[in-house]
Design a protein around this ligand. Structure first.
Ligand SMILES: Nc1nc2c(c(=O)[nH]1)N[C@H]1C(S)=C(S)[C@@H](COP(=O)(O)O)O[C@H]1N2
Ligand SMILES: [Mo]
Length: 417
């Protein structure tokens, strides 16, 4: 298909046909006869730098906020919120919109009193202040963090008619900090050290065991998030970033790294974050987040409002195993697929943006995206997932999402079995 230019886009809308919707779209798409007159904002001196020492989005963006599902959060303060992916234009999640997950709420940590302890099977245990941590050689990397419970409500059926609430427990940021391997080099690992326990200083003292191989690979003890200090929501002043692995091992408000011989098998590794399989056995340490993709436009929150004609289908794909190789988009519920275009940059363990030009004929459609990552892993259908996980799982729902487009342009969350 030739790349439509701007005029083609309008023409397609205008040529599209006879329905009432098409007629209103045609009206909306008519080029204006004259340029707009100066509005009030063009005739006044606006406020200057002093009025806003810390910037905020335009007040017209006030509905772009994190949201939560009341029945999933029975306590007064919701313990999980979701990123509004439908309003995220690129691969970076704004700090104010990054999803939150709290096991015991959000502590307020005084950076002057912050300490990071590295202990256990090491030659030289260390107790670091924040200033001392920041003196180490540093790196900056863009990675997503996703809670494995993202999409949990959608295991039994399509339940929540929302992109934000079905897929928004993921965010992607530029994390800056010290490579964990650098710190482990400093303390000197004893030969018996094979595992690391990372724990937080929140009321939950959330702690997870990590195999040394991953710790020495790409983990970051991070203090920066998208060009400023890590937000309190994300672990101020320091969090562990474990690229591509389950959100819950990315310990926030990090206070201790302990080296040992074997995994600790903490509460977070038994009563939580393990999954009962149909065989009756529980599967633990399912760290890697398998590849997932979703169409972010159109979606339930962003219907097709312009009638038939040209639209750009847009979406996000990510994999805990590495880079995205390809994304295929279906317009007919998974019968036929077209290859989408991947937007640069395509980075490892990072959100990747994809687009596909689409001329909507105004008829109902079932749109889906399916990602393949660089290891060849292909995003499964929900039926394929149920085969392995059984009928009542909680975690790891990375199945293909179907959005149903109605003739009105409205979009619904549906499940195709
Ligand atoms: N100390 C601590 N770390 C934590 C948590 C927590 O409750 N306490 N929640 C974990 C869970 S379950 C997830 S999914 C991620 C969420 O990261 P975010 O809140 O920055 O989005 O943080 C993890 N790290
Ligand atoms: Mo989580």
């Amino acid at each position: 298909m030739a790349k439509p230019n701007r005029r083609d886009i309008f023409k397609m809308g205008a040529a599209a046909g006879a329905t009432a919707i098409a007629a209103s779209a045609r009206a909306a798409a008519q080029p204006a006869a004259a340029p707009p007159a100066d509005d009030s904002w063009s005739n006044a001196l606006g406020p200057g730098v002093d009025s806003r020492p810390y910037g905020r989005p335009s007040r017209f963006e006030k509905d772009v906020v994190r949201r939560y599902v009341p029945w999933l959060s029975p306590t007064r303060d919701a313990d999980a919120s979701f990123t509004p992916l439908q309003d995220q234009p690129g691969i970076i999640t704004s700090n104010g919109l990054f999803f939150e997950r709290y096991h015991a709420g959000r502590p307020t940590i005084d950076p002057d009193r912050y300490r990071l302890m590295i202990s256990g099977l090491v030659r030289k245990p260390l107790l670091l202040t924040l200033d001392q941590l920041m003196r180490f050689p540093s790196v900056s990397r863009i990675h997503f963090i996703e809670c494995p419970a993202n999409g949990a409500t959608e295991w039994p059926a399509a339940q929540l008619n929302s992109l934000q609430l079905t897929h928004g427990m993921v965010g992607c940021a530029l994390w800056t900090g010290v490579k964990l391997s650098t710190l482990l080099d400093e303390v000197g690992l004893l030969p018996e050290a094979k595992w690391l326990l990372a724990s937080g200083s929140d009321g939950a003292h959330m702690d997870r065991s990590l195999p040394l191989e991953k710790c020495l690979d790409d983990c970051i003890v991070a203090y920066g998030q998208n060009g400023e200090a890590i937000r309190p929501e994300q672990g101020y002043p320091v969090r562990l970033v474990v690229p591509g692995w389950q959100g819950n091992v990315n310990i926030k408000w990090l206070r201790q790294l302990q080296l040992g011989k074997t995994p600790w098998i903490t509460r977070e590794e038994t009563s939580e974050y393990s999954e009962l399989l149909p065989s009756g056995k529980a599967l633990g340490f399912t760290w890697v987040m398998d590849a997932k993709s979703v169409i972010t436009f159109p979606c339930p929150e962003k219907p097709l409002t312009g009638g038939p004609g040209f639209y750009e289908i847009r979406g996000l794909a990510w994999s805990g195993r590495g880079r995205i190789k390809q994304v295929d988009v279906s317009l007919d519920g998974g019968v036929n697929y077209r290859r989408a275009k991947l937007d640069e940059p395509v980075l490892s363990k990072c959100l990747t943006r994809f687009t596909l030009p689409w001329r909507w004929d105004g008829k109902p459609a079932l749109i889906q995206s399916r990602v393949t990552d660089e290891t060849g892993y292909v995003q499964p259908t929900i039926a394929q997932k149920h085969k392995f996980w059984g009928n009542d799982p909680v975690y790891e729902n990375n199945s293909i999402q179907t959005w149903q487009i109605l003739a009105s342009g409205a979009v619904n969350n549906v499940q195709i079995s």
